[in-house]
Design a protein around this ligand. Structure first.
Ligand code: ATP
Length: 572
């Protein structure tokens, strides 16, 4: 908050004359002199104030020498009081029934400006982009003084204030605010928590599309901020956003993305619970690298070493082995991959499920397809406003869904054939036995969109070489597995498939993959299937961050995470 020269001043200390005693006479003389000097000073002050009032003219309501409004504004203290009949409101539920009522709003100052000496306008913001215009005008009675108007008009943006006001209908809708049909006529305004005069990142800049996602400091000449053609408001880099995490989070676009993310989790959870799935929590700290490989974070664990879970895969299966038929979990996943791409983070949130297979692994595939379609339809239904808000910053086309009953499921080989026959030149020789590269996947996504008018599809029957040791081979063609990936706008968002539940078959496949069935971590995994009969089962892992990002067609998955973790970024 800017220290205002017209801040209400504490009352001057009372002059208390000394009480009787030996020096009482001289003391009272001194006191009289002091009082005389004080009276002179007061008289001079009053004369100057009268002069000022006269100069301001007869209507100079706020120019009174004495500020009668000091109880109505300033820094909030324990003595700050609002009127007893005040009604607490929030902007989302403000309605005609509030018009004329005295209300309390606790909000951030988004903007404050003076309109002449006696009037000021403020934009007050609750969460997201819920804003309302506040007006304050000096009155003849002096309960709203000029000093008060100046104080309110000078509050630093992003300060948190407590306002008492009457709700009025403006003459014309206030286009700049989300709540456009009402405005607040401010009677009291207290700063609860002041923002500094200069913000590291303004709200307007935080709400612009991010200019640069590099984890490196931009070169000096590039500048952290660059002016774009469409807007005079400078866009900032992801680094600046993360260095100013508070303003990054206050940006309505970020809150809209977060709100969509919350709904996606909720849609996932509620759909599966309705189908009888049980939720569980897998551990993040594990004693052996679950899926092997180099992309595992290691950390000291007392005298030993621990690892951060690369996936809840084994634990989902342990739940099935442990007597559950259908389980799901929502948990962090850690990958020590030095992948500096818009698709990767070192920590992301996995939406995972695992279920018993009764007849055929496509039961799992269809369940996963069902939950994702439910999520996509749910976003459209529940988050229309948030999606619009995100689009105003990051434009995107509607996410196209297949018509019910016309879901697109191609085998990996069919996908490769499509690329060979109709894809770009460089993919005319792709093989059915080799995994796809990311550009290849994107090219296939474009072809599928053109052919089937959908942004969502499944590729099934991945080659054996492209899947981990626990993937079940197709009994009719061991060159491929009962495993699939799901795609949104040509980018992978899910991997899954049937798992091997027979320990003999599992050990054989481990050996074929060049792995030792008796190695630490693997031995214990295989033992689970020896300990008791485990039914056929399968599942899949969905990357929550990618679902949100690709649905909205964001330029990077980092925007969908609350606190993105990348190889170079661990703060905040
Ligand atoms: P990619 O090939 O894109 O690196 P992956 O094959 O390693 O992904 P899986 O191990 O199958 O991915 O993980 C399942 C899902 O988790 C992916 O489909 C994706 O949605 C998400 N995911 C995987 N790795 C990351 C990551 N580093 N950052 C964000 N999400 C990820």
């Amino acid at each position: 908050m800017a220290e205002s020269s017209s801040n209400p001043a504490p009352p001057p200390p009372a002059d208390v004359p000394a009480e009787g005693g030996e020096d009482a006479a001289s003391t009272s003389k001194k006191a009289a002199k002091k009082a005389e000097a004080k009276a002179k000073k007061e008289a001079e002050k009053a004369r100057r104030a009268a002069e000022r009032a006269q100069a301001a003219g007869p209507s100079g309501a706020g120019a009174q020498a004495e500020d009668l409004a000091t109880d109505n504004y300033g820094q909030e203290t324990h003595e700050t009081k609002l009127s007893p009949d005040v009604v607490e409101i929030n902007l989302k539920t403000l309605g005609d029934e509030h018009v004329g009522k005295t209300v309390e709003l606790r909000a951030w100052i988004q903007n404050a400006r003076m309109q002449g000496a006696k009037m000021a306008f403020v934009e007050l913001r609750e969460e997201g982009n819920w804003t309302i215009q506040g007006v304050i005008a000096a009155n003849a009675e002096g309960t709203i003084s000029r000093q008060m108007v100046k104080y309110v008009g000078g509050i630093n943006p992003e300060s948190f204030v407590v306002v008492e006001a009457t709700v009025e209908k403006p003459l014309e809708p206030v286009k700049s605010c989300k709540v456009s049909n009402y405005e607040l006529h401010i009677k009291k305004c207290f700063v609860h928590a002041a923002a500094p005069a200069a913000l590291g990142l303004t709200l307007a800049a935080a709400n612009r599309p991010i200019a640069n996602f590099s984890d490196e400091e931009p070169a000096l000449e590039e500048g952290v901020e660059k002016l774009t053609v469409e807007s005079a408001i400078p866009a900032a880099s992801m680094l600046t956003h993360l260095d100013n995490i508070v303003m990054h989070k206050r940006a309505p676009v970020q809150q809209a993305i977060a709100d969509i993310r919350i709904e996606v989790k909720d849609l996932f959870r509620s759909y599966l619970k309705n189908l009888g799935f049980k939720e569980f929590e897998p551990p993040c700290l594990i004693g052996a690298a679950s899926e092997g490989g180099s992309n595992v974070f290691r950390l000291p664990y007392f005298e030993k070493e621990a690892f951060l879970a690369q996936s809840p895969q084994f634990y989902k299966q342990f739940e099935i082995a442990g007597g559950r038929k259908r389980v799901f979990c929502i948990a962090p996943v850690f990958r020590a991959e030095n992948s500096n791409t818009p698709r990767h983070m070192t920590e992301f949130t996995g939406l995972d499920l695992e279920m018993e297979i009764k007849r055929d692994y496509t039961e799992v595939l269809h369940t996963l397809e069902g939950v994702l379609l439910h999520i996509f339809r749910g976003i459209k239904e529940r988050c229309a406003e948030e999606v619009e808000l995100v689009r105003s910053v990051y434009p995107s086309e509607d996410f196209l869904l297949p018509e019910p009953g016309k879901e697109v499921r191609l085998t990996f080989a069919e996908g490769q054939k499509l690329l060979r026959e109709e894809g770009p030149e460089e993919y005319h020789n792709v093989s059915d036995d080799e995994d796809m590269s990311t550009p290849q996947e994107k090219a296939l996504g474009a072809l599928i969109k053109k052919k089937f008018n959908t942004d969502f599809y499944v590729l099934d029957k991945f080659p054996e070489s492209a899947r981990p040791f626990y993937a079940k081979e197709d009994p009719t063609n061991p060159k491929v597995t009962n495993a699939y990936d799901f795609f949104m706008r040509g980018q992978e968002i899910l991997s899954g498939g049937q798992r091997i539940n027979d320990p003999v078959e599992l050990e054989a496949r481990l050996r074929r993959k060049g792995m030792d069935p008796s190695s630490q971590g693997i031995k214990e995994y295989v033992q689970v299937f020896k300990d008791a009969g485990v039914p056929a089962h399968g599942g899949g892992g969905i990357g929550l961050d990618r679902v949100v990002a690709w649905y909205l067609n964001l330029p990077s998955v980092h925007l969908a995470a609350y606190y993105p973790r990348t190889p170079k970024r661990l703060l905040p």
